[in-house]
Design a protein around this ligand. Structure first.
Ligand code: SF4
Length: 356
């Protein structure tokens, strides 16, 4: 399969008339200066110089609400991106925005400049969560804008945050199911972190807001991942990208931050599946897989190994099996108990988690 390279261009907080409780775009993007067409061109040229031939290149306008910024600024930035697309150096142009900043006029403008992918920062489909997070729109707007985006032939991405004020596991699952009804091409999942200089920080310090713990988040996100997987919707990112600032104690005041969050979620799913296979005492459990999955099987800080050692008073070993791709083989006391692809394992886990 052809590789993909994304050229990120951050357009921080420009034109956004809102002040969502969790948002400090300058902290999240790590950039606080305005973006200009000249600067965008420099970024694209620098990135293109490092990109190998035969990859699909995508220019992605991240950060604020792109379709809400001044039209002249949109045209300034999009003209640069279109230039590279017209020369065949770039395949896709993507931007992120709010659901209530989409209308026909806007879609026609960005389509004329070659945009192909729109990501909506939806965060939740629960009205109370949207209200308490000061999002300034309802879930109805999400359905309407998503329909319009798809009707105009754009690929659609949806972003979900979990653990916002008023949120719960049930509401996160409800949001994921609403997302699958909408049918996006991909989603991103972000556990809510308390970033400095946000409304959430004030609420947290007042004691009015409590973030989800890392454990709670892992438990919820593993279910969301399965809902999306079962519905063939790719989850292209889980958790904020670590930057120099986005770390606990720097710009993250508190919250379920972990640089390897996605791998922890996968490890937990593997552990849950293995747990479901165990029936009675045993001495040794061995899990085989391909090289790239061994660390997820062992778990972050050997958590799965420690879990099996302590819960079952048994040994936990791993091994690499040639020819086994994206799946595991489980042996208990040298007896084969399961040989399963991750795809099928996720479907089994969906039943274990009672998701359907
Ligand atoms: S709409 Fe987006 S950019 Fe604006 S405050 Fe909310 S999260 Fe931040």
């Amino acid at each position: 399969m052809k590789g993909k390279k994304i050229i990120p261009i951050f357009v921080p907080h420009q034109g956004c008339p809102h002040d969502c409780i969790f948002c400090n775009q300058k902290k999240i993007t790590g950039i606080s200066t305005d973006m200009t067409g000249d600067r965008a061109r420099e970024i694209i040229n620098d990135c293109l110089a490092t990109i190998k031939a035969d990859v699909d290149v995508e220019i992605a306008f991240f950060g604020g609400s792109f379709t809400a910024i001044d039209k002249d600024k949109q045209v300034e930035l999009l003209s640069v991106a279109k230039d590279y697309k017209d020369k065949g150096l770039v395949k896709d142009i993507r931007m992120s925005t709010r659901p209530d900043c989409i209308d026909i006029e806007e879609l026609e403008l960005i389509r004329a400049y070659g945009a192909t992918i729109i990501e909506l920062g939806v965060q939740s489909m629960d009205e109370v969560v949207l209200l308490e997070s000061l999002r300034g729109h309802t879930s109805r707007v999400v359905y309407e804008s998503a329909r319009l985006i798809k009707d105009y032939g754009f690929r659609l991405g949806l972003q979900q945050m979990i653990g916002l004020p008023g949120d719960s596991e049930e509401k996160c699952i409800k949001t994921a199911k609403a997302f699958t009804d909408i049918g996006p091409d991909f989603v991103r999942i972000y556990p809510t972190l308390i970033i400095k200089e946000t409304g959430l920080e004030i609420s947290y310090k007042d004691g009015a807001y409590r973030p989800f713990s890392l454990e709670e988040c892992v438990d919820i996100v593993k279910k969301l991942m399965l809902i999306y997987h079962i519905n063939n919707i790719g989850v292209i990112r889980v958790g904020l990208q670590a930057t120099d600032d986005i770390q606990l104690g720097i710009d993250v005041v508190d919250g379920p931050y972990h640089p390897a969050f996605r791998e922890i979620v996968k490890s937990r799913m593997i552990r849950d599946y293995i747990d479901s296979l165990i029936d009675g005492d045993f001495k040794e459990l061995v899990v085989y897989s391909d090289n790239k999955n061994i660390s997820a099987i062992v778990g972050n800080k050997r958590s799965n190994r420690i879990y099996i050692n302590e819960k079952y008073k048994a040994k936990f070993k791993t091994g690499i099996k040639k020819g086994l791709v994206d799946g595991i083989i489980v042996e208990i006391d040298s007896k084969l108990v399961s040989e399963i692809s991750f795809d099928y394992m996720y479907r089994v886990l969906g039943k274990i988690y009672k998701l359907y």
